[in-house]
Design a protein around this ligand. Structure first.
Ligand SMILES: Cc1ncc(COP(=O)(O)O)c(C=O)c1O
Length: 369
C-alpha cells in the first residue's frame, strides 16, 4: 500500500506532470528488473530486486534535502537500528557500507598486531590490516568448507587484535551454529576483539545459525557488523553499521569514520520498515538459490549448502576457464578465492537471471561431457 503523504512528498520532489510517469516507474521497479540486462552480473553478491518500494520513495523525497548535511537522518537511523535491536544509540555506529567499518576496525585494532580469520573469507579487513603492518594468520576452512573453531582458537596469541568471523561465510556460504559461535566469542573475547560479520545473516535458516547481537547486549568484547547492501538491495548507497559496547563504538566512531550520505541514510531508514519487501525478496532469492542447488545436483556439480544469497560450486573446470565460458554466455561470475581455484562463487540474481544461469551451466557441462 502506498502511503499518501509519501506520494505527496514524491510529487513535490519530481514536479507535477512528471509524477504521472515517475510514480508507476518507481513502484514497478521489481517488474522492470525481471527483464534480462546483459551482461548478467552474478559476481558481487548484490540483491537485484532492490531498492524496495519504500526506499525508492524515500530516495526521491531525499533529493530536496541533499543540500544539507545529514545529521538528523543519521540520528534517526541510529535510533531506529537501536530500537530494532533492543540496544541504545551509543551501541551503534553507521559507516559508508560495512566495508568502511571493517577498515576502521583494522586500523584501530590490528596495527602491528595479529589478525586471525578463516580462509577463504571476505578479505576487506585483511587488506587494510596488511597496510598497517598486521601479522595476518589465515586458518584454512575444514573439509566441509566450514570455520575450524579449535584451529582459530589455537591461532590466537597474546598480540592478537581481532578474530574475524564471517557468518555466513563469503564465499563458502557455510555457517557456524549459534551456540558454538556464542561460546567461541565469549572465550576469545577475553583475549582479543571478535568481529562477527553478519552481512548475509538475513538469508540464513534460523535453525542453522543466529545473530551474536545478544552478546553485545551482555557487554562482551564483540562487534557485530551488518549492511544494507544485501537483503535491502542498497549496495550502491553505501550504508552499513556496527553494534557493540559503547566504549568500542566510541573508538570505532573516532576521527576516521566518514559522514554517510543523506540519500543512503533516508533509503536505509525506509527500507528497515519495509517488511513486505524484505520478506518477498528473501523468499524469492531462497527459491532461486534452491533452483541452482537442484541444477548442480542434476549436473553432478558439488555445491556447498549455502546460507547466503550466493552459491559456491566446484564446476569441474578451473575458475579461469569457467569464468571465460560464462563470459561467452554474457554472464559474469565470482572472482578467485585462493586457495580454492577450482570453485566458483555465483550470486543469486533475479528469477530470469537464475534461469539464464542454469541454462548456461547445462550448456557448459554438456559441451564438456
Ligand atoms: C561478508 C561481507 N562483509 C561486508 C561486505 C561489505 O559490504 P558493504 O560495504 O556494501 O556494506 C561484503 C560485501 O560483499 C561482504 O561480502
Amino acid at each position: 500500500m502506498i502511503n499518501l503523504n509519501r506520494r505527496r512528498t514524491l510529487a513535490l520532489a519530481v514536479g507535477g506532470t512528471a509524477l504521472a510517469t515517475q510514480l508507476p516507474a518507481v513502484l514497478r521497479a521489481a517488474e522492470r528488473q525481471a527483464a534480462l540486462r546483459y551482461p548478467l552480473r552474478l559476481s558481487a553478491n548484490e540483491n537485484p530486486w532492490g531498492p524496495g518500494p519504500a526506499a525508492r520513495l524515500a530516495l526521491a523525497a531525499a533529493i530536496d534535502d541533499s543540500c544539507r548535511y545529514p545529521m538528523e537522518s543519521s540520528a534517526r537511523l541510529l535510533a531506529a537500528i537501536a530500537a530494532k535491536e533492543n540496544l541504545s544509540a551509543d551501541n551503534v555506529a553507521i559507516g559508508s557500507g560495512s566495508a568502511e567499518l571493517l577498515n576502521v576496525l583494522a586500523t584501530g585494532w590490528c596495527a602491528r598486531k595479529r589478525l586471525v580469520s578463516a580462509w577463504p573469507t571476505f578479505n576487506q579487513i585483511h587488506t587494510m590490516a596488511a597496510s598497517v603492518g598486521a601479522d595476518i594468520v589465515h586458518v584454512p576452512v575444514d573439509a566441509a568448507l566450514r570455520h575450524d573453531l579449535p584451529a582459530l582458537d589455537a591461532a590466537v596469541n597474546g598480540n592478537t587484535g581481532i578474530v574475524y568471523v564471517c557468518n555466513p561465510n563469503n564465499p563458502t556460504g557455510t555457517v557456524v551454529p549459534a551456540a558454538a559461535l556464542r561460546d567461541f566469542c565469549k572465550s576469545i573475547g577475553e583475549r582479543a576483539l571478535v568481529v562477527i560479520d553478519e552481512a548475509y545473516l538475513d538469508f540464513a535458516d534460523p535453525a542453522a545459525t543466529g545473530s551474536m547481537v545478544e552478546l553485545v547486549r551482555s557487554g562482551a568484547n564483540v562487534v557485530v557488523l551488518r549492511t544494507f547492501s544485501k537483503l535491502h538491495g542498497l549496495a550502491g548507497l553505501r550504508v552499513g553499521y556496527a553494534l557493540a559496547r559503547p566504549d568500542l563504538i566510541k573508538k570505532i566512531r573516532g576521527p576516521h569514520l566518514a559522514i554517510p550520505n543523506g540519500a543512503g541514510l533516508a533509503a536505509a531508514l525506509a527500507s528497515l520498515g519495509d517488511q513486505p519487501f524484505m520478506q518477498t525478496t528473501r523468499e524469492t532469492l531462497l527459491a532461486d538459490r534452491a533452483r541452482i542447488t537442484s541444477a548442480c545436483q542434476a549436473l553432478a556439480i558439488e555445491c556447498t549448502p549455502s546460507q547466503g544469497n550466493f552459491l559456491f560450486m566446484k564446476t569441474g573446470l578451473s575458475l579461469e576457464e569457467f569464468r571465460n565460458r560464462m563470459r561467452a554466455e554474457r554472464i559474469e561470475v565470482g572472482r578467485p578465492f585462493e586457495p580454492l581455484l577450482d570453485w566458483c562463487r555465483v550470486t543469486v540474481g533475479t528469477t530470469a537471471e537464475t534461469t539464464a544461469f542454469i541454462t548456461a551451466l547445462q550448456k557448459i557441462k554438456e559441451t564438456r561431457a
